[in-house]
Design a protein around this ligand. Structure first.
Ligand SMILES: C[S@@+](CC[C@H](N)C(=O)[O-])C[C@H]1O[C@@H](n2cnc3c(N)ncnc32)[C@H](O)[C@@H]1O
Length: 269
């Protein structure tokens, strides 16, 4: 895989996920002019989309200084500095008083492989929002990036789940797509799960082509030991950006990824 910083990887992935994330944010109907927390804000992409969509103030929290430095630069460039504040700290021990926020957004950050008891973390996050406030967890939940190659894509999907640390969890309930139950057990009311799609089709802009090629690297780049020699050869042919047979250049190519958002409200009591 090409050497890229974590911040660069997040920026590349965000081009692919943007339509799904923006649709998810719109569907949450967060109150205009409110103040929310983006827990695990990365380079501030979602914080900016949340601020734009809702006219809200957003505080971004992250443990990674490099990501926060990139977030700071991007937010200044977007002239959103008056609406977005950034704090260094952990969502496992958030540096805020109870009821500090109207809502909380947390994307691709609360992984059971990192935290053994996500329900306990959610109980703490629930108290960070005011009574009636929304807590939303979102996760990349599926994709179709290789139309026309269903068997290959299924084998790659299996190899990914077997190889990737956050998929190799002990019990089904510890899988991130069981977050609806976590929200319910953490005392959030009206918990629901909704899935949003981001679709892209040929002809791809150079930026989107680069981002989709990055997704191939991100998802398949480390799977080689689990693949047959034949599959390795086909993946190299179809998925390398510099391959003359790269699938991204096929007329009629299209791809989709989904995000599943789990949200619930803090009880009014
Ligand atoms: C996969 S990235 C997602 C970033 C952003 N939410 C997005 O979707 O673009 C995960 C982010 O969570 C941050 N992170 C990991 N553990 C964290 C913790 N305990 N508290 C706060 N942030 C954390 C990482 O530094 C990284 O920026």
């Amino acid at each position: 895989m090409a050497e890229r910083t974590y911040a660069e990887q997040l920026a590349l992935a965000a081009r692919v996920t943007e339509p799904a994330i923006r649709a998810a944010i719109a569907a949450l109907r967060l109150p205009a002019g409110s103040h929310g927390l983006d827990a695990g804000c990365g380079i501030g992409t979602h914080a900016a989309w949340l601020a734009e969509a809702t006219g809200s103030r957003v505080t971004g929290l992250d443990v990674n200084r490099d990501n926060l430095a990139t977030a700071r630069r991007r937010i200044a460039e977007a002239q959103l500095g008056h609406r977005i504040a950034l704090d260094e700290g952990s969502l496992f021990d958030p540096p805020y008083a109870d009821g500090s926020f109207d809502w909380l957004w947390c994307a691709d950050t609360l992984w059971p492989v990192v935290v053994p008891d996500p329900v306990a973390v959610l109980e703490r996050l629930r108290r960070l929002v005011r009574p009636g406030g929304t807590v939303a967890l979102s996760y990349w939940s599926s994709q179709q990036l290789l139309p026309g190659y269903p068997q290959l894509e299924a084998r790659l999907g299996l190899a990914f789940t077997e190889h990737t640390h956050y998929c190799r969890i002990g019990t089904p309930d510890a899988h991130h797509l069981r977050a609806l139950g976590w929200l319910q057990r953490a005392g959030l009311v009206g918990a629901r799960a909704r899935t949003f799609v981001a679709e892209h089709q040929a002809p791809l802009s150079p930026a989107l082509r680069e981002s989709l090629a990055f997704c191939f690297e991100m998802l398949y780049g480390e799977l080689e030991p689990g693949l047959s020699a034949d599959d390795r050869a086909v993946v190299a042919r179809l998925c390398r950006a510099d391959s003359p047979e790269c699938v991204l250049d096929v007329p009629g190519y299209h791809a989709w990824i989904t995000y599943t958002v789990f949200d619930g409200r803090r009880d009014q009591a």
